[in-house]
Design a protein. Structure first.
Ligand code: DWN
Length: 388
């Protein structure tokens, strides 16, 4: 538990200060009210699901955009619906990442590994790769420590690898961690002095530019930029040495960092608020989406049941009247409903031939458009609802 949080309803805490710079909490710039958990797929239409406050505020010093409330990670991640390898573009993406950094014989630890697609790619290139992942329901392709990253996981990893890690990867996990400085401290402890840490996350810069309010859900506690993450790294004794902009998940950042040298204090990047632009784009989409769907009523279905669709559809109150069904490649999701709605999830083979398919997994629109049958146009809700 982070000292800045106070218990509200047992499974949800209220943040009292910025988890990176300690700045006191401020008024949220966007409050979506009580929202379902993004991966809480129900077996009954419109079944009552747990709802928690979902609102975002922007810190002063480091400018970190973050949620006002923190839902317990045990509730969110120990029984998890998302499976990396159900998105083939992610399998290719992680093969590319391993291809760029793998070294034969290197000790690699992947944190928040889901089904182990990334460490398996490192192992395929001769590295010795293990995973640290809390989900108990997802089978992992490499040896796995089933825990959140903590002291015990660090010592178990060092035992398993017979030494510290040469490479630590954390993709789409740093935004999900409440005690981010503690997390990075464990990374520093687990990392060899000449080791490297690679982190990836959806870039708040891209989210803001696209008005992608659907990326706001309870799993995403922080909306990181290079500036706020560099601030956190420094607090943990790590130094960024490389920054890459990568296209995955609507535009992400990849940082390569190493242990900071004694007395090494690199200047922190400056930060300009992106909130006004974000709000303008998000509100435009929130207004247009029901109009767009009304214009395609009876001729449109959806494609994908990503976590982000839960925020998109609940925030704009879209239900099966406008989107009669969606399809998804994840076996666990098929036969269930998008949380908080009565929109059923069918297998991809049952898309049929609607005149238009709204691609809710818009970050994979390019790949999914190629899968659409003759006569079905592809459309995306973000940035701004439009036919492709
Ligand atoms: O941060 C997170 C990211 C990494 O993954 C997690 N908090 C949760 C999850 O977010 P998401 O569910 O919004 O991620 P995706 O990767 O955008 O989800 C894509 C969805 O689309 C999956 O359910 C699989 C599905 N899909 C499909 O049905 N056919 C994807 C592709 C590429 C396809 O061809």
């Amino acid at each position: 538990m982070v000292l800045t949080d106070t218990v509200v309803a047992g499974q949800c805490l209220v943040a009292q200060a910025c988890r990176i710079c300690g700045d006191p909490t401020r008024e949220p710039f966007l409050d979506l009210g009580l929202m379902p958990l993004a991966n809480d797929y129900q077996t009954e239409p419109g079944a009552g699901c747990q709802r928690f406050p979902l609102a975002v505020w922007e810190g002063g010093k480091c400018g970190l955009v973050q949620l006002t409330h923190v839902v317990s990670p045990e509730v969110l991640f120990e029984d998890y619906a998302y499976v990396t390898s159900c998105s083939l573009p992610m399998v290719d993406h992680f093969a590319g990442l391993a291809g760029q950094f793998a070294v034969v014989g290197a000790k690699v630890v992947d944190i928040g590994s889901n089904d182990g697609t990334l460490p398996a790619a490192f192992a395929a290139l001769g590295s010795i790769a293990i995973a640290i992942e809390p989900a108990r329901n997802i089978e992992c392709k490499v040896p796995k420590i089933t825990r959140f990253l903590d002291e015990v996981a660090v010592s178990e990893a060092i035992d398993l690898l017979r030494g510290k890690a040469d490479i630590i990867t954390a993709t789409n996990v740093c935004a999900h961690v409440d005690d981010l400085l503690g997390f990075l401290g464990h990374v520093r402890t687990l990392l060899a002095d000449d080791g490297h840490f690679i982190a990836e996350w959806p870039d708040w810069g891209k989210i803001a530019a696209a008005g992608a309010f659907d990326q706001i859900y309870h799993e995403h506690l922080s909306y990181l930029t290079f500036a706020s993450f560099a601030h956190a790294l420094r607090e943990a004794g790590l130094q960024a040495v490389q920054l890459q902009h990568i296209p995955v998940h609507g535009g992400s950042l990849r940082i390569l960092a190493r242990p900071a040298r004694p007395n090494e204090i690199a200047p922190l990047p400056t930060y300009k608020s992106l909130v006004p632009g974000f709000m303008q784009a998000a509100e435009a989409t929130m207004t247009e989406l029901p109009v767009f769907l009304e214009s395609w009523k009876g001729r449109i279905a959806a494609y994908g049941a990503p976590a982000k669709a839960t925020t998109l559809l609940n925030a704009v109150k879209i239900d099966e009247g406008l989107l009669p069904y969606t399809v998804d490649s994840t076996p666990f999701k098929v036969g269930r409903y998008i949380p908080g709605t009565s929109i059923p999830i069918r297998p991809e083979s049952e898309l049929g031939n609607p005149e238009c398919a709204l691609i809710l997994a818009w970050n994979f629109a390019e790949e999914i458009v190629r899968k659409l049958p003759e006569g079905t146009r592809g459309a995306v809700p973000i940035p701004f609802p439009r036919v492709l």
